[in-house]
Design a protein around this ligand. Structure first.
Ligand code: 5AD
Ligand code: SF4
Length: 490
């Protein structure tokens, strides 16, 4: 399951390294130098302890973070660590999220437990990285109350893990390396994919939207796109390595390419990705409704590979609240967009993100949200209670009482679940193409896979099907997933 973005380059880079000289200035060569250096430290420690060293990586938050963690794990493997599934490892890293306060609280809670583990294993090193670390107040708190942490870095410099880990092994101080922003994109480092047959692919980083509730633009910096050539080359290499499905990742994929020397639209990028031979499925996340072009709808409509699923964050159904949120669309524009998408692709599954209890939200505003949810009939929705994020404009607005937000949340969730159930039931009796992802966690040996519309299906079949696309009859709808029957031959 271990994959390198370019095996040959990697071998070449590792062989040519002279550790007696200074570290190269150029990236990623500099990081290959530090991978070797960190490797020496790990080997020494391992000899001293008479056993291999283990790492454990915990990911909080979104798909972007999940992809970042695959990069962290790839580097750690290359440094010589083995992976452990428990927090009793020799190097524990938390890749954090800060989009809502409960994500932060989880990290603080688990840090207390890590401290007890570290007392038992004095060789243990603890690292924190990701979005939460980009907040100065968090760093202050960790410096003061969690002094046992060895390394802190942020979202812009995860590629530097080997260099920072070397510094950790060569110093007794807490190492902190935080960048406020960057225009640097360093790829071509080792990556360890979670799945051999599907992969996320970053197409852009950062966000320029500044929705008034959202901390992401402050912690992920300004928008930067990778060139279409870099992206399609990476996808080609992934396909050679067994990948059949890619998820193109960006905070707002619709503004992809705007800042490139040769600007290009997301719809054009999709056309180029479609041409990659051997690739079977394309997904993307997340489009912003404000710049969802008709051209993109057309490209999706005629594509053979783009999945019939669109995650289109609504956030609120009230035009007044949408304006306060700085979303740059209103209720009517959102519904009109959904109409255009459904006209072009009647079978498409639509999912969304909704926030309840945004500052100033009245019962009437909330009714508008329920109205959109009812009219769109989402296949599923992620619903969130507004969480106040320091430094964002909404934090200074008049807050909705907690019990009011909770009560609205419960009503919204009930409606979302009712709609999801009836959306799934429509598929009952059909045969769908399913990408088999693994053994289901039902514990009965059944396999689990995903339809193009992202619905989960559990069914009996041999494990050799994992990683392939197979026809499955959708026999019994369980609301959010199906029990199916495999209709294929091996
Ligand atoms: N409070 C609650 N939910 C939020 N989201 C982003 N910021 C906040 C916040 N401050 C939600 C949005 C976004 C999803 C990733 O998280 O719905 O689409
Ligand atoms: Fe992802 Fe946003 Fe959380 Fe960062 S803050 S991990 S970008 S959801």
């Amino acid at each position: 399951m271990c994959e390198y973005t370019n095996q040959n380059d990697l071998k070449h880079s590792m062989q040519a390294i002279d550790l007696t000289g200074p570290a190269p200035i150029q990236e990623p060569q500099r990081q290959y130098f530090f991978i070797q250096k960190a490797r020496q430290h790990v080997m020494e420690k391992s000899e001293e302890l008479g056993r291999p060293l283990y790492f454990h990586c915990v990911t909080f938050g979104c798909q972007m973070n999940a992809r970042d963690s695959e990069k962290l794990c790839g580097i750690l493997r290359q440094i010589g660590f083995l992976e452990s599934d428990g927090e009793d490892a020799d190097f524990v890293i938390y890749n954090t999220c800060t989009v809502r306060d409960n994500a932060n609280q989880k990290v603080y809670g688990r840090l207390g437990y890590l401290n007890t583990m570290k007392r038992k294993n004095p060789h243990m090193k603890i690292a924190l990285c990701g979005c939460m670390m980009q907040e100065p107040s968090v760093i202050e708190k960790i410096r003061k109350s969690y002094r046992f942490v060895d390394l802190i870095f942020g979202t812009h410099n995860i590629f530097k893990l080997a260099e920072l880990l070397t510094a950790v092994y060569e110093s007794d101080e807490m190492i902190i390396d935080l960048w406020t922003d960057t225009d640097q994109i360093v790829e071509d480092l080792p990556v360890q994919r979670k799945y051999p047959f599907k992969s996320g692919v970053n197409i852009m980083f950062g966000c320029n939207n500044f929705c008034s509730y959202c901390i992401v633009p402050y912690v992920r910096g300004r928008e930067r796109s990778r060139t279409p050539e870099e992206i399609t080359d990476e996808i080609r290499r992934l396909v050679e390595d067994g990948v059949v499905e890619v998820m193109l990742l960006g905070q707002n994929v619709n503004s992809y390419g705007k800042t490139l020397k040769q600007p290009i639209h997301f719809a054009e990028l999709l056309k180029r990705v479609e041409e990659v031979e051997g690739l079977r499925r394309i997904r993307f996340m997340t489009p912003h409704p404000k710049d969802f072009s008709d051209e993109l709808i057309e490209v999706m409509r005629f594509s053979k590979k783009i999945c019939r699923h669109l995650h289109l964050p609504l956030q609120s159904g009230s035009s007044r609240i949408l304006q306060q949120m700085n979303r740059k669309y209103d209720k009517e524009q959102y519904l009109a967009l959904v109409g255009r998408i459904r006209n072009a692709m009647p079978d498409i599954a639509l999912t969304t993100d909704i926030i309840v209890g945004f500052p100033g939200e009245t019962e009437e505003d909330f009714q508008e949200t329920l109205d959109v949810v009812e009219r769109v009939g989402y296949d599923n929705a992620f619903t969130f209670i507004y969480s106040k994020r320091t430094g964002t404009p909404a934090a200074a607005m008049e807050q909705v009482p907690e019990e009011v937000a909770h009560e609205r949340f419960d009503r919204l969730l009930a409606l979302v679940q009712k709609n999801a159930r009836s959306a799934a039931e429509k598929w009952q009796g059909q045969v769908a193409e399913v990408l088999v992802e693994g053994v289901s966690d039902h514990g009965d040996g059944t396999l689990t896979g995903r339809m193009s519309n992202n619905l989960l299906v559990h069914f009996q079949g041999p494990k050799t099907l994992i990683g392939t696309l197979v026809p499955v009859a959708l026999v019994d709808s369980k609301g959010f997933y199906f029990i199916g029957e495999w209709r294929g031959v091996v």
